[in-house]
Design a protein around this ligand. Sequence first.
Ligand SMILES: Cc1ncc(COP(=O)(O)O)c(C=O)c1O
Length: 398
Amino acid sequence: MNAPTKRTVYLDHAATTAVDPRVVDAMLPYWSRSYGNASSIYKLGREAHHALDRSRQTVADLLNCTPNEIIFTSCGTESDNLALRGIAFERRQRTHKNHIITSPIEHHAIGHTVEQLEKHFGFEVTLVPVDRYGMVDPVDVEEAIRPDTALISIMYANNEVGSIQPIAAIGEIARHHKIPFHSDAVQAGGALSLDVKALNVDLMSLSAHKFYGPKGVGLLYARRGVSFLPMQTGGGHERNRRAGTENVAYIVGLARALELAHEELLDSNARIAALRDRLIAGILDRIPDSQLSGHPSQRLPNNASFLFKYIEGESILLNLDLMGVAASSGSACTSGSLEPSHVLMAMGFAHEVAHGSLRLTLGKENVDQDIDYVLEVLPGIVDKLRQISPLYSAVGVA
Ligand SMILES: Cc1ncc(COP(=O)(O)O)c(C=O)c1O
């Protein structure tokens, strides 16, 4: 059989995306032409301020909220930190509530923040379980609520396995119990509806680089009336909720990227999901002892994650890289560590199974030929790794 013609295929859109050239165009004037400080009163400053106002309005329209409810931040991680710490400290000070509910499959921006709140600041944390598909059951969230619950934070869509959580139902429960509800929507941005009213969220985090915007800019939606302690103090920026001179060019980029994502959502989701489904079917069909991880239907349109028995996800990645394919085993932040993914462990997979994970996340520039190529090279890579795997020979399949 002829060796496949090598091509470059990017299948790690959950890690980050390329900035759309239309986003770059929108940002360009704010580098060295309208470069004023948005707080300055002269013309240059006013230009920057208007750009900020326009961006805030664009984002608010897309999220179905008011511009004052949008706080621009430096990234999704900062938005998550601000929501969690800000609410936890404010609520404890004002209401003496000390308990946080979250899930074990959150991104580390939530998981490590909650761990720190528990370890160093005396908060109590309940992790609601997830099922085999990585789904949170709203009933479990309700059961975890205590009189001293200060905050609930459950992610909208998981970054590793793509499962989409029943956010609106969880939000309804939180509202019924008058507990602020935050959702990390970083992976959902650009793929799912972000209507904060329909989702019943009080706070929601987004990050531009997941939807073809620049890295280093995010936002936190905070519903009017939900008060939190600012984590960054200084000037009165963002209505005293996040001090620091606004990064106008990046904020303009975030707003333009979100606008484009929203305009193109239906078409691009349908096209990407069709490619993803072909990829999933092809892999499960061609590779024995493989399984899909995450929910079979309630999953992000671009996420195809797998578990391959007897081998290491990291070795698959290195071999794919040699063949020009960029992929991930779990989240970009956990790749490179030898610990199996906390998400797969929480879903109930054994260590040795969780180690063989591969995440392929598609994007708008992927085409049919990319899928053909992966289906051509991946079975050979898995087979080659299994031939040298002690686990594989130990079970007598070699
Ligand atoms: C679910 C989730 N939350 C938060 C983040 C952090 O976002 P940022 O990279 O903008 O800090 C990520 C990034 O991968 C993510 O996937």
